[in-house]
Ligand binder design. Structure first.
Ligand SMILES: Nc1ncnc2c1ncn2[C@@H]1O[C@H](COP(=O)(O)OP(=O)(O)OC[C@H]2O[C@@H]([n+]3cccc(C(=O)O)c3)[C@H](O)[C@@H]2O)[C@@H](O)[C@H]1O
Ligand SMILES: Nc1ncnc2c1ncn2[C@@H]1O[C@H](COP(=O)(O)OP(=O)(O)OP(=O)(O)O)[C@@H](O)[C@H]1O
Ligand SMILES: NC(=O)CC[C@H](N)C(=O)O
Length: 604
């Protein structure tokens, strides 16, 4: 009789809605696992449709197609292995009980058919998650008994496997110091005498999240004396980046096995029946620090967004500044230098060094460039607007025309040659609206809009250091550059939009280290003005930043999707009203129309 149960964690990268492609990936993983002697194969949450499928779930045809795909897949899978597959299934009681029409489920498929279905019990409905919108919670924890010898003679040993889905293991009240849901599924499963718990997950990346997951899941494993294996999705779907890093914990809560971060993987975990525990196996190292993690996440985010939307190439406006330099570097790592185009668009206000810096960056990366000077277009706009603008002072409207010309040219290039335009705004500027709508905000994907400016600098310094060391950036993402990518002058010069002579960001904004600290307190920690001032910030600066943050909401609502790397990114997890007067200690917003001194000369 066998004494071990071999589980394979299939850390897959599904594309949302690609039922046949995702089914094929599950099939290939199961075949590979079977060839390595696996008994059970774990796939991520909703692995058949990809996570998060969002409002596709409202389409009955999508749910039907998922059920049909599952039936077909069951017949193709190697019959001797059990495969846990995530899918959405219909809630038959929905109409009678006024419940949501679906469950977020896991099927145990074995020997050509679905043997058992398990439903997610705790539905996350916060930050980027909105599962109450679609799903009813499963009504109880459940398990299956897997025979160690397959087929098992009657009375022979089985291993009792509890099944949970992602959020189901995020409610250990002892760990969190309080309860958020009425129950904790692992506590129920422990009472039902399970030997181990599997968790099919789609847990998006944010900075430091793996440390949180490991301390939380390790705590639960030790608390309930119950080994846990957590199988996470990898890959990016729109704004969300899934880092994989699936883990198996023993009964003491120690990590026994860890899959790779930020790339697909198939990892085996051995459960020893006598010891009722996992055996030590391969443990992939975690990135040494957060900067390495963020780099790997952004590269994966750009690659998957581009490829899953059908793009192999990307275009970026190269200003010689640090933001566009970083975005071009990420794009090069994600798509390859041959697939990245930098467009240099000097204006009469551009400094000679900016052009040199942009060329130096492109040379370091080995990417193509093209130069489209915008002086003539600016003059053309000036002539066309001369009569209407007569007697007014040169101001932000004229400055922004440059940005809008560039945005327009970049979209023309993207449109003409099938490129994805990557926008370059960082989180600090997106927060305070230091960016131009229909100008530098143009683009299909906002690559670093969840990276504060101070972190943009840390990433660039780290990149240069790692590139010169010529070693791997993380366990999973190597730096494809022969030399330090970011020119020294880009790191050294003060940030400037160069929309008017001698302009510097710091003329209009607080120093970035101050700005970023205030923003983190406002955006991520929901601190009040009083709390931020009590932390040592200047009251006038805090007031200014708070006002700018509120006022820029209309811009952010029109921004491209933002790759999420913090626990509060602009996008799905940030839902602020635009017409918003909640600002007790702030003056009411000024009338934008009245603020323009010059009346419109309506002569026609
Ligand atoms: N609630 C609302 N709903 C809808 N629209 C609203 C609105 N409030 C203002 N608006 C409109 O938006 C306009 C203001 O927004 P917008 O035109 O974007 O421009 P605005 O915010 O006035 O200026 C852009 C700022 O970004 C700075 N900047 C920094 C770095 C780079 C770049 C660059 O472009 O490369 C720019 C630039 O120096 C300037 O301070 C208003 O004039 C009004 O028409
Ligand atoms: N001369 C230029 N040529 C090409 N693109 C430009 C130029 N100036 C600005 N851009 C584009 O507009 C974006 C906003 O640029 P700007 O320099 O005004 O602000 P920034 O936030 O300091 O960004 P960066 O650090 O990239 O310069 C740039 O990242 C770049 O994509
Ligand atoms: N898909 C889920 O249930 C994810 C929720 C979980 N708390 C996470 O962030 O990882």
């Amino acid at each position: 009789m066998k004494s071990t149960l071999r589980l394979a964690i299939a850390q897959l990268n599904p594309t949302i809605g690609d039922l046949s492609g995702n089914a094929q990936a599950i099939l290939e993983a199961a075949q590979q696992a079977a060839s390595q002697g696996a008994d059970l194969v774990l796939t991520p949450e909703l692995s058949l449709c990809g996570y998060p499928p969002r409002d596709l779930l409202f389409r009955p045809s999508f749910i039907t197609a998922m059920a049909e795909t599952l039936t077909q897949l069951a017949q193709q899978l190697p019959p001797q292995v059990g495969v846990l597959i995530g899918f959405a299934t219909t809630n038959p009681d929905a109409r009678d009980h006024g419940e949501k029409p679906l469950f977020n489920s896991t099927a145990l498929v074995w020997s050509g058919r679905v043997h058992q279905v398990f439903h997610k019990q705790l539905l996350p409905t916060y930050d980027v998650f909105d599962e109450d919108r679609y799903f009813s919670p499963g009504r109880g924890a459940s398990y299956f008994d897997w025979p160690l010898d397959n087929p098992s003679p009657p009375g022979e040993a089985t291993v009792r496997v509890g099944v949970t889905i992602c959020e189901d293991l995020w409610n250990d009240e002892e760990f969190w110091g309080g309860r958020t849901y009425p129950r904790n599924p692992i506590a129920d499963l422990a009472q039902q005498g399970v030997d181990l718990v599997v968790n099919l997950s789609a847990s998006p990346y944010s900075v430091g999240k793996q440390q949180l997951r490991e301390s939380m899941l390790g705590h639960s494993a030790a608390r309930f004396r119950c080994p846990i294996v957590y199988a996470n999705q990898i890959g990016a779907n729109d704004d969300l980046i899934f880092d994989g890093s699936s883990v198996a914990f023993n009964r003491q809560g120690n990590v026994m096995v860890r899959a790779l971060g930020f790339q697909p993987d198939l990892t085996l975990v051995e459960f020893e029946r006598q010891q009722r525990d996992f055996m030590p196996g391969p443990v992939a190292p975690l990135p040494l620090h957060h900067t390495a993690e963020i780099w790997a996440a952004l590269v994966l985010g750009v690659r998957d967004y581009a490829h899953k939307c059908g793009f192999s190439r990307a275009v970026i406006g190269l200003s010689g500044g640090i933001d566009s330099s970083l975005v071009a570097t990420i794009a090069t790592a994600a798509l390859g230098a041959a697939n990245v185009l930098g467009v240099l668009m000097p204006s009469p206000y551009s400094s000679e060094t900016s052009l040199q810096d942009a060329y130096a960056l492109a040379d370091n990366l080995g990417i193509h460039t093209t130069t489209l000077p915008i002086g003539n277009l600016m003059a053309g706009y000036g002539q066309t607007l001369a009569e209407l603008f007569a007697g007014t002072e040169f101001g932000v409207a004229e400055e922004n025309i440059q940005s809008r010309i560039r945005g327009n040219l970049l979209m023309a290039v993207a449109n003409k040659f099938g490129y994805l335009l990557l926008s370059t705004g960082n989180k600090s500027e997106m927060a305070v609206g230091y960016c131009t709508l229909y100008g530098d905000m143009n683009g299909g994907l906002a690559v670093i809009a969840d990276v504060p400016k101070t972190q943009v600098y840390s990433l660039c310094r780290w990149l240069n250091q790692r590139a010169t060391e010529n070693s791997a950036a993380t366990s999973s993402a190597t730096l494809p550059f022969a030399k330090a990518p970011i020119p020294t002058n880009v790191l050294a010069k003060p940030p400037s939009a160069e929309l008017k002579p001698d302009q510097q960001d710091q003329d209009s904004l607080p120093a970035y280290d101050i700005l970023d600290d205030i923003l983190e307190r406002l955006v991520q920690h929901h601190e009040s003005l009083q709390e931020i001032v009590a932390a040592g910030h200047d009251p006038a600066t805090v007031e200014q930043v708070t006002r700018l943050l509120a006022r820029a909401e209309f811009k952010r609502r029109q921004a491209p999707p933002v790759l999420k790397i913090t626990d509060r990114a602009f996008g799905m997890g940030w839902r602020m009203p635009i017409a918003n007067r909640w600002s007790p200690s702030l003056p009411r917003p000024q009338d934008i129309s009245a603020a323009t001194a010059q009346p419109l000369p309506l002569s026609d």
